[in-house]
Design a binder for this molecule. Structure first.
Ligand SMILES: [Zn+2]
Length: 444
């Protein structure tokens, strides 16, 4: 429908995107916009929320899908005391009075669309590292059942009912090698008890499929929603049907990071990618199969937003990957002094790799003693340059919430204060027009 002349004139004055987004919002059940200094307005049916939760100890993301289906991706609670020098890793947020898993639970209870007692329809682990599932420390308490100890995902699943849990290696846990480590044995004891006592279903994440994470409540109302499984254990979707091909040669032992699962979420015109800790940038001596990002990029295609692979560590975000995905929004879920590296920041910012604007949102940036560690890692000039770029990021600290409007044509990025338990909105960015949306004029 052509715009009336007055609206066209107003478009020229105030910017068409903002105006049309406002009109679109007015045409739907008026969702309350987020405002700095106030609590985040509750999720509304039709919206898609992706919360990158910041505990300071690794990755955890809550997805509230358009029909209210809930999905937790990872529940990191890393503890590298003794492995890394003091101040290498970020301090816990908002503080260490709760375990990180308990902090995630508190966050879930605050934002779950069914209220504090709501269950998780899905939980999923990208791979088996402490910053994604919880390090098993000597002081981790035993659950009330006595069957397992509490850290990360077992902490969350002990407090919040999980209906279906997906990981990359259920049920054998023998790839790339049989795992008898204490952390995995504890995780498997947790699965066993939850299956037998709370009706948990566990599934192996299968690349190529688009029917493992689905809308559980009103799928017919949102036919333009899909989660496509892209990769796991080196098996990568080909882009045709559900067919996959193996990226790893037989007989090799891939690193855990490269076994990460990856998926693409689409909601109408909006697209999001997450690939756990996949590697993408190798030294010339490394074998080519160790580079997973390019293999997943060409079947993923352009996206609006992504969480940087491997927290933006130096082996992530290669030029080909970025040139294909062309993200408008980079979410850096960071917890260590090495994240992001100066070279990753250069690639993210480079308009020679892909043109156009892009905004960077970082969950953790500054903490006491970090700069000295950065200088040891990167040298003084690169540290100074990187800190200046971080200073210029759209946000440098806090939970990062992608809030996609009903239908998927527009979205905002909302940063929440992570220095207190019930933190308010710090800043609101957008609205952005989703990459796949038709032009503002014809979308009306
Ligand atoms: Zn990680």
């Amino acid at each position: 429908m052509p715009l009336p002349p007055l609206v066209r004139r107003a478009c020229r004055l105030v910017g068409c995107l903002a105006l049309v987004a406002g009109l679109a919002a007015a045409g739907t059940a008026a969702a309350e916009p987020p405002v700095a200094g106030r609590p985040l307005p509750p999720w509304q049916p039709g919206q898609l929320d992706i919360h990158q939760i910041n505990t300071g100890t690794g990755d955890a993301a809550l997805f509230i899908l358009p029909d209210g289906t809930t999905f937790l991706l990872d529940a990191g609670a890393v503890n590298r005391t003794g492995e890394r020098e003091p101040n290498y890793d970020a301090p816990q947020r908002p503080d260490a009075s709760l375990r990180p898993g308990e902090t995630i639970v508190r966050y879930l209870r605050r934002f779950h669309p069914d209220g504090p007692e709501g269950a998780l329809d899905y939980a999923m682990l990208t791979h088996f590292h402490g910053d994604h599932m919880g390090t098993l420390t000597a002081d981790a308490p035993v659950s009330a059942s006595g069957a397992y100890r509490l850290t990360g995902i077992t902490d969350v699943g002990d407090a919040v009912r999980i209906r279906t849990l997906l990981d990359r290696d259920w049920p054998a846990y023998d790839y790339p090698a049989p795992s008898g480590g204490a952390m995995m044995l504890n995780y498997r004891a947790f699965l066993k008890w939850q299956i037998e006592n709370r009706g948990l279903a566990v599934e192996r994440f299968q690349p190529g499929r688009s029917d493992q994470i689905v809308l559980r409540r009103a799928a017919d109302r949102y036919p333009n929603f899909e989660v496509r499984n892209i990769a796991a254990n080196g098996q990568v979707w080909t882009g045709t049907g559900t067919a996959v091909r193996n990226r790893f040669p037989p007989g090799i032992l891939p690193i855990e990071n490269n076994c990460s699962l990856a998926f693409r979420l689409t909601y109408g015109a909006f697209t999001y990618f997450n690939g756990g800790d996949l590697s993408g940038q190798l030294s010339p001596r490394d074998p080519a199969w160790g580079e997973m990002e390019s293999a997943v990029a060409w079947v993923t295609g352009p996206v609006d937003a992504h969480a940087l692979n491997h927290h933006g560590t130096n082996d992530s975000a290669n030029a080909f990957f970025l040139s294909v995905l062309q993200p408008r929004i980079h979410i850096l879920s960071t917890y260590a002094s090495s994240q992001p590296s100066p070279d990753v920041m250069r690639r993210m910012l480079s308009e020679r790799i892909y043109p156009g604007p892009r905004d960077i949102f970082i969950t953790n940036s500054g903490w006491p003693g970090r700069r000295e560690i950065m200088v040891k890692l990167f040298g003084e000039p690169d540290t100074a340059w990187l800190l200046a770029q971080i200073e210029g990021a759209a946000s440098r600290q806090g939970h990062v919430v992608l809030r996609v409007d009903p239908g998927g044509d527009h979205y905002r990025v909302v940063v929440l204060d992570d220095s207190r338990w019930e933190g308010n909105v710090v800043s609101v960015h957008g609205p952005y027009q989703s990459r796949g949306a038709k032009t503002a004029v014809t979308s009306r």
